[in-house]
Design a protein around this ligand. Structure first.
Ligand code: GLA
Length: 333
């Protein structure tokens, strides 16, 4: 099949790169579709701490290398995801040799070494990094999530991660990445966190809005408000992990074998409306990445409802474009 007509990234050439998160099997199974439609790649899990250094001093970069080599061979940009995150960081990082909670200095040293190793390894290949992921608490009253990084190092773990990353590659663009930045309280917290970093001279170049949406969340007006608020900080925005679930977050339906026509209609309208906003703000948005390629494989399956299949992306599992794909490219003739 010829996907030239639906070449997504070509339609967005004058706006921003269009990315996909992939694993090392998809670059084989979905190869043509990826090459024809995306010009940026994010390794889905392959660069995370748990996969690159599962044990102290034991490094494993094979899967990340496969994806990054694939991207470079096909002239795609690579987003590095993600350096400092609580999820998917192995426990050894936070333990001393007696198995007790490690001291600040030891964890800082491990953080620095890890960031240095990985960034230096991919220097000139990975152009930007999600340096810290999901540090903000979902409880409105609390600013920072109680991560193991925070409990060992202290609140300045975020600043430190950015400083180490900048030292390792002064040319890399450094992002703070989080979800639900469209919710009022969280938008404020992200804004204040990053504003504080900028005022302390911490090297940060952008905010990643993950963009895990669904048919009921968020409102287009909230997306617009978030983009405008971040733009006030004078730094870039990237949409880093976009998908639109056809379910309300905690909808327990497990019996669908395909999405209903109503779901597809609403999903199409949302993709169209959201991408129209992204295009409007192309001066501040420097990339939009989808969290997957086709509906055959998505982290949304089983999350947050076990046994629930979802259809949140732009391509069907047989690689045919969904109506949503047409709705975000129809402006391009
Ligand atoms: C978050 C993380 C990603 C990934 C997704 C689920 O959004 O940032 O790394 O784990 O959840 O795939």
């Amino acid at each position: 099949m010829n996907y030239e007509i639906s070449s997504l990234c070509k339609a967005y050439m004058d706006f921003f790169p269009i990315g996909a998160a992939v694993n090392s099997s998809q670059i084989i199974s979905d190869k043509e579709l990826i090459i024809n439609n995306f010009n940026s790649i994010t390794p889905e899990n392959e660069l995370k701490f748990i996969n690159t250094q599962p044990e102290e001093g034991v490094y494993s970069f094979d899967n990340a290398d496969k994806i990054i080599d694939f991207a470079i061979e096909n002239n795609m940009k690579v987003r590095g995801h993600t350096l400092i995150c609580d999820n998917q960081t192995p426990d050894w990082v936070f333990k001393d040799k007696n198995g007790m909670a490690a001291e600040r200095e030891l964890v800082l040293e491990r953080m620095k070494l890890y960031i240095q190793n990985i960034i230096e390894k991919y220097r000139n290949k990975v152009y930007c990094w999600d340096v810290v992921n999901e540090a903000i608490d979902d409880n409105d009253e609390i600013l920072l999530r109680e991560t193991r990084w925070k409990s060992c190092i202290g609140n300045d773990y975020i600043d430190k991660a950015f400083i180490f990353a900048h030292e390792a590659d002064p040319n890399a663009l450094l992002f703070y990445n989080d979800y639900n930045g469209e919710v009022d309280a969280k938008r404020e917290k992200i804004y204040n966190l990053v504003k504080g970093m900028i005022s302390r001279g911490v090297p940060i170049h952008g905010i990643g809005l993950q963009g895990h949406y669904d048919l009921h969340f968020p409102q287009l007006s909230d997306i617009r408000r978030t983009i405008e608020k971040i733009a006030e900080l004078g730094i870039k925005i990237q949409i880093t992990e976009m998908d639109i679930s056809v379910f309300k977050f905690d909808d327990h339906s497990r019996n669908l074998t395909k999405p209903t026509p109503e779901m597809i209609k609403k999903q199409t309208e949302l993709y169209e409306g959201i991408f129209a906003i992204f295009r409007e703000y192309r001066d501040v948005i420097s990339g939009v990445t989808l969290w997957g390629v086709t509906d055959a494989y998505t982290w949304r399956d089983d999350f947050p409802i076990k046994g629930r299949k979802d259809w949140p992306l732009l391509f069907n599992k047989d690689f045919s474009p969904k109506p949503a794909l047409n709705s975000i490219t129809h402006f391009y003739k």
